[in-house]
Design a binder for this molecule. Structure first.
Ligand code: FRU
Length: 440
């Protein structure tokens, strides 16, 4: 680490030492969701399993609970439920990432973890930082143990992107196909005043060291002005095998049952135009997937929403945001089911009987339960102000009063509700409908 890195590292350590004791006392800390030790968290980054250990890096602003300087924080886990904080190893300490170590991913091969991320640079002067003034650099570094990290190497910068791109190009994710590596980047194509267009850029490489432009992909009709955090992966075995493109588009217009948040995340299955949202709740963005050593495809999302008009922090709290629980993805009949990883079940302590249709509130703050039955209907109260309502062809999640901090109503169409798995963890609720057919 260079001298600037050491100075930033000291500031991070000081902030953590000072604030960890009060953050630990926060009444809103969850028991089994991954949170920042102090400060702000957004996207999951560099997800992988390496020699048995899971690694979750994350967009981390330790110095301010409302964001700011972006570094990569680092957690490890043996079981995807209990995470140990490892510090913030990747800091904005080079010219090419001086205004933020932005999102990126990991690729594990032959005993090496290769990492890729976007170095954000803001040039001084009068700029809008969309069409001018922003450097978007794709950078790599590696590790052979998850503890020591190599020097950073610059791979691509603005001059390497197609001419019709704005300065918003970012979030590299790697996949391999027929022996060739591909890097997918999220991009905002310049509409020259006629509306920008979200897209992905694909670069290819034989050695993960040099990348050449391959092609741009986008939908025929504009689908949002920017696509963030793209991810391309395969799911389902044999005849069932499907190629999936997951993106976090910005700029879709809200509809009654779709795109209800300011920004979205969802996926296309190759050959279909249908965009399926990963999550219908208030707080879900920038998910990333990885394949673990057992061959499971696992997704983690940021349980947060940038630029939302509701809040996720009480003024007295020196931290903000968390991740969703890791969800195993299973392909079934044209869509992807999301199921909390089975490791969570080992932490269940006792069974709590619940009676469908009856009102009740939860004494326990961390609870994982299942409601099952034919054509479930009625209201499930999660505390006095939060209610899940199951109707014949619709399910909704709503808040009344203060506790939603501005959250009101989210709803989705669904045919027959026969199962709800509800994870309540102090200040977060995740609801899996019909074995992960729909999630809030
Ligand atoms: C998504 C995102 C990414 C970017 C990162 C910066 O939430 O905007 O596109 O890399 O956050 O923190």
């Amino acid at each position: 680490m260079n001298q600037l890195g050491e100075e930033i590292a000291k500031k991070v350590k000081d902030a953590e030492e000072k604030l960890i004791p009060s953050v630990k006392e926060s009444p809103y800390r969850a028991a089994f969701h991954l949170m920042p030790p102090v400060g702000w968290l957004n996207d999951p980054n560099g997800l992988c399993q390496f020699q048995g250990t899971y690694h979750v890096f994350f967009q981390y602003s330790p110095l301010n609970p409302d964001g700011g300087m972006k570094a990569w924080g680092h957690y490890i886990s043996k079981d995807l439920v209990r995470f140990e904080y490892q510090g913030a190893p990747i800091l904005p300490d080079e010219e090419f990432d001086k205004d933020g170590v932005y999102s990126g991913s990991a690729w594990v091969e032959d005993g090496v973890m290769h990492f890729f991320y976007t170095g954000n640079v803001k040039e001084p002067g009068e700029h809008d930082y969309i069409y001018s003034g922003r450097g978007a650099n794709e950078i790599t570094f590696s590790s052979k143990d998850g503890i020591h990290f190599s020097e950073k190497t610059l791979l691509l910068s603005n001059a390497d992107y197609p001419e019709n791109c704005t300065c918003h190009v970012r979030d590299p994710k790697i996949y391999k196909k027929d022996g060739m590596y591909y890097m997918v980047l999220g991009a905002r194509l310049n509409g020259n005043g006629k509306g920008d267009k979200g897209a992905i850029l694909i670069y290819r490489s034989e050695d993960l060291k040099s990348f050449v432009y391959d092609h741009t992909y986008t939908t025929e009709e504009t689908f949002g002005y920017m696509w963030e955090c793209p991810d391309i992966f395969e799911i389902g075995g044999g005849e069932e095998k499907q190629e999936v493109l997951s993106i976090s588009p910005q700029g879709l217009e809200a509809e009654e049952y779709r795109y209800q948040n300011i920004y979205q995340s969802g996926y296309f299955i190759k050959g279909s135009d249908e965009f399926i949202e990963w999550d219908m709740g208030f707080d879900f963005y920038a998910p990333q997937t990885f394949e673990d050593e057992a061959g499971r495809r696992i997704l983690i999302g940021w349980a947060g929403m940038p630029d939302a008009d509701y809040k996720s922090r009480m003024p007295s709290d020196e931290w903000q945001h968390m991740m969703t629980v890791p969800r195993e993805l299973v392909y079934s009949d044209g869509k992807i089911l999301q199921i909390p990883v089975r490791e969570l079940e080992a932490y269940r302590k006792k069974e709590i009987p619940v009676i469908p249709g009856e009102k009740f509130s939860f004494e326990d703050i961390s609870i994982d339960f299942i409601l099952e039955g034919k054509n479930l209907s009625g209201s499930l109260f999660i505390g006095p102000e939060c209610v899940v309502e199951c109707k014949e062809d619709e399910i909704s999640l709503s808040f009344s009063g203060e506790s939603g901090l501005g959250r009101k109503l989210r709803k989705a169409k669904i045919q027959e509700i026969h199962k709800l798995r509800v994870l309540i963890d102090c200040s977060i609720v995740e609801i899996f409908v019909n074995d992960g057919e729909l999630v809030f």
